[in-house]
Design a protein around this ligand. Structure first.
Ligand code: ATP
Length: 316
């Protein structure tokens, strides 16, 4: 659906994008995550055709955004991170204004606007002035507006920032419904936990580059395998250490009484083989478990270079 290659953008001397690569599958709900200043908004504005890149390529459904910007804009619905000011417009007028911008008029425009307003749950606010709406309602209205031309790709820049937890939850539900209905969705946030529950794919950006991306499941599997295995045995400590030392996947071992923390780079079947070796040597294993990891802690680890990342030492 979206392919970005080597995207570069500088503001004066400041390089906001340093060769960004990004790939979004058709039908995915893609979380674009990164700390403040990572370059998410810059990337989103370039994808949406609001900003031009200095270098690099953007393809949407195979169409080159540089050569056919109008065709690309038809495919995209963009929800910005700020609402703008539309003092004298009611919700209905606001929507009809944008419908007109897409060439819709009369009854067709009216029906389309009413349907979208209802879809985002604002049907009883039809005649309210947009500036009188709460931030959450304004965000929903922005979403309705972005859907006016029935785009295939919906791009939202930090849509839940500034919303209270309940409104945030409702907004995420709405986004999930749109995704279930077949839209490809890109949503950015600097808070990973905002997105990790709802997204099918994730890309983590830092300093203008993508540092890790892929399907949520494969990233979770990588996180899992980066956590140590906790092994508790009742007896036979020396034999257990000897077996572990011989295993090529064991990188480090820390011991605390009857418990070991083993840094292990193998897959699940390799874990099972190690357990089998221990049991086969008559070592009474009471516990053998991968320490659970979260995407959040992984995100903190890979985006915070000031902290030591080695979590254990070989001190046996
Ligand atoms: P946030 O989560 O804070 O919105 P972001 O990941 O969206 O951050 P961008 O808004 O793309 O990041 O900004 C990337 C960098 O480029 C930041 O350091 C920002 O200060 C800088 N920047 C963005 N827009 C401009 C501009 N118009 N002029 C100069 N610098 C800019």
């Amino acid at each position: 659906m979206l392919e970005i290659r080597n995207l570069k953008k500088a503001y004066g001397n400041y390089h906001a994008l340093l060769g960004l690569d990004m790939s979004v599958r058709e039908g995915s709900l893609y979380g674009l995550v990164g700390p403040n200043g990572a370059g998410k908004t810059t990337a989103i504005k370039i994808i949406s055709g609001l900003l031009s890149a200095d270098e690099g390529e953007v393809f949407i459904s195979g169409i080159d955004a540089r050569h056919e910007p109008d065709r690309v804009k038809e495919l995209i619905g963009y929800v910005p991170d700020s609402f703008g000011i539309y003092e004298n417009l009611t919700v209905r007028e606001y929507m009809e204004f944008f419908a007109a911008a897409y060439g819709m008029e009369g009854l067709v425009a009216r029906k389309r606007c009413e349907n979208l307003i209802a879809q985002v749950g604002l049907e009883d606010k039809m005649d309210f002035h947009v500036n009188a709406l709460s931030r959450g309602m304004q965000q929903r209205l922005c979403l309705a507006r972005a859907l006016i031309h029935d785009p295939r790709l919906l791009i939202m820049d930090e849509p839940t920032s500034g919303l209270d937890p309940r409104t945030r939850y409702e907004f995420k539900e709405l986004v999930s419904e749109l995704h279930d209905a077949g839209k490809t969705v890109i949503v950015s946030s600097h808070v990973l936990s905002e997105l990790s529950q709802m997204c099918t794919d994730v890309g983590i950006m830092e300093n203008g580059q993508m540092i890790i991306s892929g399907a949520m499941e494969s990233i979770m599997a990588r996180i899992e395998s980066s956590n140590p295995i906790r092994i508790t045995i009742m007896d036979g400590m020396n034999d257990a250490v000897a077996i572990m030392k011989r295993n090529p996947h064991v990188k480090t071992i820390s011991q605390n009484g009857h418990q070991f923390l083993v840094n292990f780079d193998g897959f699940r079947e390799d874990e099972a083989a190690l357990l089998e070796q221990l049991i086969g040597a008559d070592i009474p294993v009471r516990e053998f478990v991968r320490e659970p990891g979260s995407l959040e802690s992984y995100f903190m680890q890979i985006t915070d270079h000031t902290e030591e990342k080695v979590i254990m030492r070989n001190d046996y």
